[in-house]
Design a protein around this ligand. Structure first.
Ligand SMILES: [Fe+2]
Length: 154
């Protein structure tokens, strides 16, 4: 995982404390199912995630550009967005407590929880491939709420 402020500012580098302050959970797990499966199970029990699926994005994904076009616009959800990266990489921009962008570049083994009601957006990296486990409190209620006015992606 690489963490940075999107707009460099005074006050030092972006750190795990900045993520924590925004309610973001981050953990790196070994890429061994014997380790990460129980860790995800514990997370489900602690935080009430009851559903799970796997999502994969790649240049072969149908409607990839349309999907990315929705993810890259700043939005929030009424429940947590939970991703455990199995392969590939991706970029989450998450709003800090003072409304700056924290850029979180994730790769295999990274577990990231963007808490409910925290604004964020998502991009692929140039390799344009990611595969993740997703955990949900209620998959039926997991819809994006876009921020107004929307900001154009960089
Ligand atoms: Fe989202």
């Amino acid at each position: 995982m690489r963490l940075s402020w999107l707009e460099p500012a005074e006050g030092g580098p972006c750190t795990l404390s900045d993520l924590l302050a925004a309610g973001v959970l981050y953990q790196h797990l070994p890429m061994d199912p014997a380790v990460w499966e129980p860790a995800l199970q514990t997370l489900c029990e602690q935080r009430g995630y009851v559903a799970r699926d796997e999502v994969a994005l790649s240049p072969d994904t149908p409607q990839l550009e349309a999907l990315l076009g929705r993810f890259c616009v700043e939005h929030l959800h009424t429940e947590d967005e939970v991703r455990f990266v199995l392969a590939g990489s991706g970029i989450f921009d998450i709003r800090s407590v003072d409304d700056r962008w924290m850029r979180v570049e994730v790769e295999a083994g990274d577990l990231l929880v963007v808490p409910a009601r925290r604004y964020h957006r998502f991009f692929l990296t140039p390799e344009r491939t990611i595969r993740c486990v997703r955990l949900f409190q209620d998959p039926g209620g997991w819809t994006p709420v876009y921020r107004e006015p929307t900001e154009l992606p960089p």
